[in-house]
Ligand binder design. Structure first.
Ligand code: 0RA
Length: 849
């Protein structure tokens, strides 16, 4: 390849020997390749690839930690859809590369396959996909900014779609070292969505904190009105990870068993360093959860570390049982499956040269790892069992119980199968449809008999079948399969679906997706806590026993409306708060006249609609400004008269109880401000809080002073400037947003009618509030709590009619992750977990429209 600098002869190649700008040419083509074939570099253009970008940047910071240079990572999702990742590592080098004559940071971020000096920074263990990482993210970002704190200076540069738009420039003094990367994913690349899912990101961050003991990670999703930063920090790393897996379950022994060893092995061509850490703790459930990682990358398909551990565990337990006469003659053989019941474990390998099955690293192949993990696990376990004979006995007993139950479950599955197939027929509670082709039919699983009754009456019986489920479902996580299968609701469900369950072929009642009686199975539960609980229980069971239904995309979640609104004779169902707000504005601007006092100008209805729409959008984005204590109107007043541009930063100056603000137009204004106040440029509120409270930031303690100044980036500025421009186009004056003494506008409702009413407004921002208040007049808003509140016709129209309903398709893209989440959710019945279910609603994290 001629466009990779590694293979270029600098002096001979015009692309890099000329001026700075021309030296870019070769590299730009390099990143073009990423934009042309995103699949090859970041694994696609879907939601998963979008989040993969965050991991790519994050991995660099984690590598800095693994190399011993970084103790803290801060991640923030901003309101404009961008995300930043800050670390206190060494900072990407900024010195000019002796051969290529561009700063190291620019090479690292724009040059594909740049190995050598600025390649991987000489990391022993690396999670990142070598030499691909951040530069690919740069290529697929609408914009990408980097701030490097190094040599006591903060350096800044900016790119758009992989092209340098601002060269490296010093913008201020630095207190410590580190790297801040902020990027906004490009909607031209990510056609499906560019919206980051905070649940996905926080899960990964928590995982990273568990796997890197002592690394502090702070995560803030700034999009909600009141962002709540989360801190992940685990002094005891993997041990705490395993404890966490067992939250809500009863452990069989109080402290997890930890086995770890660092070794050097001879590979064919070179030596490799392998650190292995295995932590396990048994609990009283019947499922196992073993998570495997290599260099902090999750390997959902396991690999040599997993197989080494598994056989060592089976061998150690059987060996200990035999040596201590814990087995009786009639006892069955304890198998690998048996010793895994109730096992929570994490295997974390750090390997200097790991081999994977594929680029996605789902499975570890390195053969030497199997014997390393196998022997340390066996020795560690035998040592532990000898030292803790009572725990060992409990573990052996649990394995024995599992072996006995295995037999019982096999029998139970067979009876369920016989019940389903042997003319026993379909369950009486199922109201089946008349159509027989599964591709055309739908099964609604409905919470409660009353909603079930409405659904039966309201449905289209030709192709819609209804199965009401009564009361609480059995928690399949906490009961063994034979018990689960004795549960009436579960048996009914299995029979109705027709597929059978679990492993094995049909003769033993095993799952067969081809036998599915419906190709749409729709879970319809109330929009409350109990509803989401039932939904989770159902999904857990389906995930564990009928996974193929999810893989085929047969499982859906119904979305009942949240509100019904009524005005005069008109009724309307409303899906969510955002839609309600939109409707209020629409209704509120019907039959109103907006007049400007200064010249008695009356705005045309179409203009009023535009004004309201844009002002409402500004209001919504305003939280990003008011969060830092500044007023929205005060901020909007600072917009540039010609370009409508708004300041990008706000300085918050606090002294005692007093607070003042200064808006700073751009980086230059920020640099000047910093210089004037003798401040460092890498000071954020998060860092400041850290410096004042917990560990010193990069070894330095900031002097405490009563005057505190922080600078915040206003990520909404660009979007708000566009909105101001749109408002200007409607003819509304935008020179001033703050209210004036004298009224500037008036809104007249129902002009010319008896009910005519006029309200005076003192500033443009009051227009939206008034219109919304108008919208509420004469309107009844009813909030739906349960499906039972709707009559059969309403239920059909809002939630079941294929023409109008909105279904969420259950889409487990990462089965192992979902499994981990399910287990986390299913632990027990404590209130925080309920809250977790509500907040992270499965339908946000793992479901797609
Ligand atoms: C290349 C070389 C060095 C560090 C890095 C890259 C680096 C990259 C990223 C990306 C995010 N955070 C980062 N931190 C560091 C080695 C630097 C040295 O030797 O001082």
């Amino acid at each position: 390849m001629s466009d990779t600098p590694d293979s270029l002869e600098p002096q001979k190649n015009p692309a890099i020997s000329g001026t700075y700008d021309s030296s870019q040419l070769g590299k730009l083509e390099g990143l073009e390749a990423v934009r042309k074939k995103p699949g090859m570099y970041i694994g696609g253009t879907d939601e998963r690839a979008l989040h993969h970008c965050v991991s790519e940047v994050l991995d660099n910071s984690v590598d800095e930690h693994l190399a011993g240079h970084c103790t803290r990572i801060e991640v923030a999702i901003h309101v404009d859809g961008s995300i930043s990742i800050r670390d206190n590592g060494r900072g990407i080098p900024v010195d000019i590369h002796p051969i290529y004559k561009i700063p190291g940071v620019e090479m690292v971020l724009t040059t594909l396959h740049s190995g050598g000096k600025y390649g991987q920074g000489g990391y022993k263990f690396s999670g990142g996909t070598h030499g691909v990482g951040a530069k690919c993210v740069n290529a697929v970002s609408e914009w990408f900014e980097v701030e490097v704190s190094r040599n006591s200076q903060v350096h800044h540069m900016k790119f758009e779609r992989g092209k340098t738009t601002k060269k490296l420039e010093v913008i201020g003094k630095a207190r410590g070292t580190g790297t801040l990367i902020t990027f906004k994913p490009d909607a031209e690349i990510f056609r499906e969505t560019t919206v980051f899912q905070s649940g996905r990101i926080s899960q990964r961050l928590r995982e990273l904190a568990f796997l890197n003991s002592g690394l502090e990670i702070i995560f803030t999703d700034e999009r909600p009105a009141e962002p709540k930063p989360e801190r992940y920090y685990y002094k005891d790393g993997v041990e705490e990870f395993v404890k966490q897996l067992n939250t809500g379950k009863t452990p069989l022994h109080p402290k997890p068993i930890r086995i770890a060893k660092e070794s050097t092995v001879k590979l064919d061509d070179k030596d490799a360093e392998v650190h292995a850490e295995v932590v396990l703790q048994y609990n009283d459930t019947y499922n196992d959860q073993v998570l495997c990682y290599t260099n902090t990358i999750h390997n959902p398909d396991g690999g040599t570390h997993l197989s080494g551990f598994r056989s060592a565990l089976t061998r150690a337990i059987n060996q200990h049982a035999k040596a201590n006469n814990l087995l009786k003659d009639k006892d069955p053989q304890i198998t690998g499956d048996d010793v895994r019941e109730g096992l929570a474990a994490v295997i974390s390998i750090k390997h200097s040269d790991p081999k994977f099955e594929s680029q996605t690293k789902v499975k570890l192949l390195s053969p030497e790892v199997e014997s390393i993990v196998g022997s340390i696990s066996y020795e560690g376990l035998m040592f532990y069992f000898d030292a803790n004979p009572s725990v060992a006995k409990r573990i052996v007993d649990k394995g024995l119980n599992a072996a006995r139950a295995r037999e019982a479950a096999r029998k139970a599955r067979e009876t369920v199968r016989k019940g389903a197939l042997s003319g026993g027929g379909l369950p009486g509670k199922l109201a089946d449809c008349s159509e027989r082709d599964p591709a055309l039919t739908e099964l609604y699983i409905v919470e409660g008999d009353s909603a079930g009754g409405s659904a039966k009456q309201g449905r289209d019986r030709r192709f819609q079948a209804i199965l009401p489920l009564r009361g609480k479902l059995i928690n399949t996580e906490k009961a063994r399969l034979d018990k689960v299968l004795s549960n009436e609701e579960i048996r009914t469900l299995i029979t109705a679906c027709g597929t059978g369950i679990g492993e094995g072929d049909e003769s033993v009642g095993g799952f067969n997706v081809a036998k599915a009686r419906y190709h749409k199975i729709i879970i319809m539960t109330d929009a409350d806590v109990d509803g989401s609980h039932i939904r989770t229980l159902l999904l857990t069971f389906i995930y564990r026993q009928m996974k193929g239904l999810i893989e085929r995309g047969y499982i859906y979640i119904a979305q009942p409306p949240l509100y019904k609104i009524k005005r005069k004779k008109r009724e309307q169902y409303v899906d969510n708060d955002e839609q309600l707000n939109r409707i209020l504005l629409e209704l509120g601007s019907e039959d109103v006249v907006l007049t400007r006092h200064s010249d008695s100008h009356v705005f045309a209805p179409a203009q009023v609609d535009k004004i309201v729409e844009n002002l409402a959008a500004i209001e919504k984005l305003g939280a990003g400004v008011t969060r830092y204590g500044a007023g929205l109107a005060e901020y909007l007043d600072t917009h540039d008269a010609a370009t409508h541009a708004l300041p990008r930063y706000v300085a918050r100056i606090r002294e005692g109880n007093k607070e003042a603000h200064e808006f700073l137009r751009d980086e230059t204004a920020r640099a000047q401000f910093l210089q004037k106040h003798g401040l460092n440029a890498d000071l954020t509120e998060q860092a400041e809080n850290a410096a004042n409270s917990t560990a010193p930031f990069n070894g330095e303690k900031r002097p405490l002073s009563t005057k505190r100044i922080t600078i915040h980036e206003i990520f909404e500025s660009t979007e708000m400037a566009k909105l101001i421009k749109a408002i200007a186009a409607t003819g509304l004056d935008i020179a001033r947003f703050s209210a004036t003494e004298a009224a500037q506008f008036s809104i007249t409702e129902n002009p010319g009618q008896k009910s005519e009413a006029k309200t005076e407004l003192h500033g443009p921002l009051e227009i939206v509030a008034q219109i919304r208040a108008n919208g509420r007049k004469g309107l009844s808003i009813q909030r739906y709590k349960g499906l039972g509140e709707m009559n059969p016709k309403q239920l059909f129209e809002t939630t079941m009619d294929p023409e109008k309903r909105r279904l969420l398709k259950v889409n487990i893209e990462d089965a192992a992750k979902a499994d981990a989440l399910f287990t986390l959710l299913m632990g027990d019945e404590v209130p925080p977990r309920r809250q977790f279910i509500e907040d992270n609603a499965l339908n946000v994290q793992f479901l797609d429209v």
